[in-house]
Design a protein around this ligand. Structure first.
Ligand code: NAD
Length: 300
């Protein structure tokens, strides 16, 4: 299949390389010319174990290309992944300016005889697929020439290639039958071991990604609260962790007390979910406490 990946940062580069590795023809697009020049000269712009080998092999075998022109990049692509930044805005909500500006451009570029599957791979608030669709329609694309799909990414930095090649699950949010069939074919090599592709509507898929990150952040803040109690009672938090982590219903991961959650995703995604909740007049009390506990840990 011919694929375009728009945004060649962390997620875009892993996505593009892994789809090329399964035999697809992938063109990655980025506005950052120096990044595209480096990638074209065979330099991988992020460090991720195992990525360079796949990158070089697929580039050599002419399945992986890098370009700055969106028009050229998407021309023959049946599937277009948007792997663009969604940084926090001033109020903590996810800023959709990168996604929507590319959606506006795509509206102009899609012909009425095309059928392109446009996929939000970025972490985006509930309702973004509708906004992307509206942007495409407002800029000249016709209703039957595309489908907008939410396909959130769950990879972990450090083991991103493995996570992408052998995902626990693939979440696909679309009710468009043509898009479903195309994505079933695209993901078939990644789910051979019986790991599921879970189809759902766009909004549920968008919320699934935030719910996953918010839940993991909750585990971390919860364990930090337990650590406080351990100190007061004279109990050993490491033993408590082992004691609860061996319960399969709880699981061992994300139970280590420490300085709180950080990195490029958890703080912004937890904040964005809290902000989305406020927009629909829902007071997400647990999430407020999770952020408060984390703020205290971060400031110690
Ligand atoms: N990094 C992770 O571990 C991770 C995991 C899962 C999901 N996500 C989500 O995926 C999305 C992308 O994250 P990332 O870490 O890959 O971001 P990133 O900042 O590494 O990369 C984004 C890329 O988009 C490019 N870009 C910006 N505007 C563009 C435009 N108009 N056209 C083409 N390219 C453009 C930038 O130059 C940059 O190279 C975010 O929503 C993030 O929350 C990230």
């Amino acid at each position: 299949m011919k694929i375009a990946v728009v945004g060649t940062g962390y997620v875009g580069l892993v996505t593009g390389t892994c789809f090329a590795e399964t035999g697809n023809h992938v063109t990655c697009v980025d506005i950052d010319k120096s990044k595209i020049d480096k990638l074209n000269s065979g330099t991988v712009t992020i460090y991720e174990p195992g990525l360079e080998k796949l990158f070089l092999r697929n580039q050599k075998e002419s399945r992986l290309f890098f370009i700055t022109s969106l028009k050229e990049g998407i021309k023959d692509a049946q599937i277009i992944f948007l792997a663009l930044p969604t940084p926090p805005g001033e109020d903590g909500s996810a800023d959709l300016k990168y996604i929507l500006s590319v959606a506006n451009e795509l509206g102009n570029l899609i012909n009425k005889d095309d059928f392109k599957v446009i996929i939000d791979k970025s972490t985006v608030p509930v309702g973004t697929a509708d906004k992307v669709k509206a942007a495409l329609l407002n800029n000249g694309a016709t209703e039957n020439s595309f489908a907008v799909v939410s396909n959130p990414e769950f990879l972990r930095e450090g083991v991103a290639v493995d996570d992408f090649m052998k995902p626990d699950r693939v979440v696909i949010g679309t009710e468009n039958e043509k898009a479903k069939k195309i994505l079933l074919d695209l993901y078939a090599p990644f789910v051979r071991q019986g790991n599921p592709i879970i189809f759902m509507d766009e909004k549920s898929a968008e919320l699934t990604k935030y719910a996953a990150n918010a839940f993991l952040a909750t585990k971390i803040s919860f364990m930090n609260e337990i650590a406080q109690l351990c100190e007061k009672f004279g109990a050993d938090v490491d033993l408590v962790r082992k004691g609860i982590g061996s319960d399969e219903r709880i699981g061992k991961r994300f139970l280590f007390p420490g300085i709180g959650y950080g990195g490029s995703c958890f703080p912004k995604d937890v904040q964005a979910l809290a902000s989305s909740s406020t927009e629909v007049n829902y007071s997400f009390k647990i999430l407020d406490a999770v952020m408060e506990v984390n703020k205290i840990k971060n400031s110690i």
